[in-house]
Design a protein around this ligand. Structure first.
Ligand code: CA
Ligand code: CA
Length: 144
């Protein structure tokens, strides 16, 4: 299924803007991936996407992939080793839950933005922005 059918172009822009805003405060890199359905374990699929997107190649290993199966209301968040060593154990779980709450209210875009912002705040605390930062990973939404 085409990404456009899953999420409108305007909504995509809102999500991309949220990623850009978050990355103004951190050297970390956030990406959002969307698929329509995932019958199996969404975390496994997200972990594969993380590798395929070369998200493990950032200098400080601080990439985060927020991955959703839109029609199944499933969310997975994959953080690279640099960030996973530092975030509280339940951080991704609670971020996921926050997103799922919004999804249940029918609010996909709000959920995505909430997830991006929460990940961004954590990245900001752990990997503050430094001048000369490079946008190592595209901010565009990924469709697998
Ligand atoms: Ca960066
Ligand atoms: Ca980026």
């Amino acid at each position: 299924m085409k990404l456009k059918k899953l999420i409108s172009e305007d909504d995509q822009k809102l999500v991309v803007e949220a990623i850009k805003r978050a990355e103004l405060n951190t050297s970390g890199e956030i990406r959002v991936g969307i698929v329509s359905r995932c019958k199996k374990d969404v975390m496994r699929r997200a972990a594969k996407a993380f590798v395929n997107l070369k998200m493990g190649k950032t200098e400080q290993h601080n990439g985060v992939l927020i991955y959703i199966a839109i029609n199944d209301r499933k969310v997975a968040i994959v953080g690279d080793s640099g960030i996973n060593q530092k975030v509280p154990d339940d951080f991704w779980e609670s971020t996921k839950n926050l997103m799922i709450e919004k999804f249940k209210q029918g609010n996909i875009v709000d959920g995505l933005i909430a997830g991006v912002e929460r990940a961004g705040e954590q990245l900001k605390a752990l990997f503050p922005y430094k001048s000369g930062d490079v946008d190592e990973l595209s901010n565009e939404i990924v469709l697998e």
